[in-house]
Design a protein around this ligand. Structure first.
Ligand code: COA
Length: 264
């Protein structure tokens, strides 16, 4: 496990072979997302996008209490609507994550609240420690989710469950989140890191080209009518035939060996 890049104040970025782990590192503030964290996540993603050796990204929070306890509420205190509009005029960190071409996994190690839940929603997969607590508590502050919670959450769990979380502001536990489809796996707390790394490493062994096309196709399913989505899938399927990785994957199967994907 090595440190990948230096110079971040609010993040730790480590590498475990082909997997990068981005840890939001403000444990004394429960890893709340302030302007610096948002900016640095975007910078880290720019680095990780360009690094062909990195094939899967894991996001997590430092310490044993929180994944991310939401937006940094202190930044909201004196902000006017016009100032908030200026802040939100930039492309959001959530959209950067959602549009990132490589697979992303939220490793939810504690409280994932507000923007923390929304950051996890922007990832491709969410895994949680058994003790994790997940919620959209903005309603308790007299505001609403603004990082995709009202849009991505109902697409994942249906409008009823989403509204229950958003209108009550109550947190749910990892098992309930799993039953709702909000998280894709639950690990015992002590197993979270190893279990998530095993999941990520398994994904990272596949063709980066195919991973990118698969992610792109499934993401499109959220936005397209079925007929257009099926046409789009067919085009991406045909595109996959242009890759060296396709040649290698099929040759390896026929030769009864493990493929070595190069990512082109
Ligand atoms: N923004 C800014 N600061 C936050 C924060 C947030 N979203 N969440 C926690 N903190 C800060 C606390 O103010 C406290 O700071 P202090 O030590 O300077 O007083 C520190 O983090 C520890 O928080 P604390 O509440 O003492 O920890 P806890 O473990 O008892 O509880 C939470 C953790 C996450 C349940 C609780 O902090 C909480 O409810 N946070 C707000 C969650 C929220 O509403 N998020 C949505 C924002 S839109």
């Amino acid at each position: 496990m090595g440190s990948l890049s230096l110079g971040f104040e609010t993040l730790l970025v480590e590498r475990a072979d082909r997997v990068a782990i981005v840890t939001i590192n403000r444990p004394d503030k429960r890893n709340a997302l302030n302007a610096a964290v948002r900016r640095e996540i975007v910078e880290a993603l720019d680095q990780l996008r360009a690094d062909d050796a990195v094939r899967v990204i894991i996001f997590t929070g430092s310490g044993d209490k929180a994944f991310i306890a939401g937006a940094d509420i202190t930044e909201f205190a004196e902000r006017t609507p016009l100032q908030q509009r200026d802040v939100m005029a930039q492309r959001s960190v959530f959209d950067h994550i959602a549009d990132f071409p490589k697979p992303t996994i939220a490793m939810i190690n504690g409280f994932a609240l507000g923007g923390g839940c929304e950051l996890a929603l922007a990832c491709d997969l969410r895994v949680a420690a058994r003790s994790a607590r997940i919620g959209q508590p903005e309603i308790r502050l007299g505001i609403i989710p603004g990082g995709g919670g009202t849009q991505r959450l109902p697409r994942l769990v249906g409008p009823g469950r989403a509204l229950r979380m958003i209108l009550t502001g109550e947190m749910i536990g990892a098992d309930e989140a799993y039953a709702a489809g909000l998280v894709d796996a639950v690990f015992e707390d002590a197993e979270l890191r190893a279990g998530t790394l095993a999941l990520a490493t398994g994904i990272a062994a596949h063709s980066p080209v195919a991973l990118r096309l698969a992610k792109n196709a499934v993401r499109a399913a959220m936005e397209m009518p079925l007929s257009a989505g099926l046409r789009y899938e067919r085009e991406l399927f045909i595109t996959a035939f242009a890759s060296e990785d396709k040649r290698e994957g099929i040759a390896a199967f026929l030769e009864k060996r493990t493929p070595e994907f190069k990512g082109h």
